[in-house]
Design a protein around this ligand. Structure first.
Ligand code: GCO
Length: 448
């Protein structure tokens, strides 16, 4: 197989998130987050797991950076815990919390690893949730206050900033399905939350520009390609509507300054008439330097009159696909098709894959190695499709493997392992998996 060479300045990274790895949930002045509250509420997380200790990264970050260095990461994407900075969400800043991120960032730079910071990866200060959380439009201003403090402290040494991670997951799982924090189940609330998160993104980008920060800023969406289960017109229409609701609901405000008409119509039919101030959409759609997105799998959609939405996932066909431990189908071509769609429909933006990876059950073999060949095969197949898209003209600038280390997988607790580094959660021992050594070679050779 011919060697695949990526562009010479391609960014090879790996990603984590604060609540999933840090632990120290109530240390050094940190305030309670909605995920502390949600995971401490019985019944919400498998096996009663929580992020109180997680990977203990708050205390082990130096060891973890040594591992990043050994793997040869060019960049490391991590998130900042808002309640570590503002325990009450606003007002009094917690210097010890800020100092942790300054130590982490400086050590990354000292080791030649480019920090890429996600400002919000779901851990809202509980005190703000008590005031309505993202449903409360004031939270957009609390968010810019928090971001301003971070920009002042780290803006001159961090080259890449991501405002939000997956607004759709926050809105859908956290405010409609109720399986993520804060555990609300209300469609109208989820749509208000979705808009306010995008608005807070817009206000933060505006602030970032006004502060003349010499760095790049974007947002990370969770996106997948939606395929019709057949060429029947009704299945094609169903897939287009489902992607409007899941994808264009975020992409269109960000790049076109409007919500997609078919999705607005869909909600109107459900009795939810939505209209948003044009000034909001102007803020939301101001230019960003890159669009980051998280992609793991693809969705196959069928027309389904029995479902109140009129469409559903074509579960029947999924048996034809290999799946990861999350039950997500492995279809690498879906990444190529998604990259081409973003390139075609949204003005050839600079793109970053801010998350891609696979959960599989890992065993430590008799040799003492973790021979996670399924994960290597998954990564290789998706990177092959990413490279194919670059060859076809897509401005893909970087790839962040999810995840650097096994960590707290939200409602699944520690039962799903995505890491290229194994974590023994009893001993906190780290062990680079075969996939971690494979990725080391990919980075060194800028391809495979
Ligand atoms: C997400 C989050 C990550 C997850 C990862 C695996 O995309 O849901 O950004 O925090 O852990 O994607 O589900």
């Amino acid at each position: 197989m011919s060697k695949i060479n990526f562009p010479k300045d391609f960014i090879w990274g790996s990603a984590t998130a604060a609540y999933q790895i840090e632990g120290a949930y109530n240390e050094d002045g940190k305030g309670e987050s909605i995920w502390d509250r949600f995971s401490h509420t019985p019944g919400n997380i498998e096996n009663g797991h929580n992020g109180d200790i997680a990977c203990d990264h708050y205390h082990r970050y130096e060891e973890d950076i040594k591992i990043m260095k050994e793997i040869g990461l060019k960049s490391y994407r991590f998130s900042i815990s808002w309640p570590r900075i503002f325990p009450e969400g606003t007002g009094q800043l917690n210097q010890k919390g800020l100092d942790f991120y300054k130590r982490l960032t400086n050590m990354l730079l000292e080791n030649g690893i480019m920090p890429a910071i996600t400002l919000y990866h779901w851990d809202l200060p509980q005190k703000l949730q008590d005031k309505g959380g993202w449903k409360n439009r004031d939270t957009t201003d609390y968010f810019t206050e928090y971001c301003e403090a971070i920009f002042k402290s780290l803006g001159d040494i961090v080259p890449m900033w991501i405002t939000h991670n997956e607004p759709r997951v926050v809105a859908l799982l956290g405010h409609f399905l109720g399986i993520h924090a804060p555990g609300i189940k209300d469609l109208r609330t989820s749509l208000e939350v979705s808009h306010n998160i995008l608005l807070s993104h817009g206000k933060t980008v505006k602030l970032f520009r006004e502060m003349n920060i010499d760095a790049q800023i974007g947002i990370a969406l969770n996106l997948s390609h939606h395929y019709p289960v057949s060429e029947k017109p009704e299945d094609i229409a169903a897939a287009e509507l489902s992607f409007s609701i899941a994808g264009r609901w975020y992409l269109d405000p960000l790049f076109k300054g409007c919500y997609p008409e078919d999705a607005l119509e869909y909600y109107k039919k459900k009795g939810i008439e939505l209209s948003f101030p044009q000034d909001d959409l102007k803020l939301i759609s101001q230019p960003i330097d890159f669009l980051a997105f998280n992609n793991y799998s693809s969705d196959i959609i069928q027309y389904d009159p029995s479902d109140e939405s009129g469409f559903s996932f074509a579960e029947s066909i999924l048996d034809k696909f290999e799946k990861t431990d999350m039950g997500w189908i492995i279809y690498p071509e879906g990444l190529y098709d998604l990259l081409m769609l973003l390139d075609r429909d949204y003005g050839k933006p600079n793109l970053i894959i801010s998350e891609n990876g696979a959960a599989f059950k890992d065993e430590i073999s008799s040799s003492g190695r973790i021979e996670d060949t399924k994960r290597i095969q998954y990564l290789k197949s998706y990177l092959t499709q990413a490279h194919r898209a670059i060859q076809d003209g897509v401005n893909l600038k970087g790839y962040y493997l999810w995840s650097l280390m096994d960590n707290f997988e939200w409602s699944f607790g520690y039962n799903k392992r995505f890491g290229i580094v194994h974590v023994n959660f009893e001993t906190q021992e780290r062990k680079i998996k075969d996939s971690g050594y494979w990725y080391k070679e990919v980075i060194k050779n800028n391809g495979f």
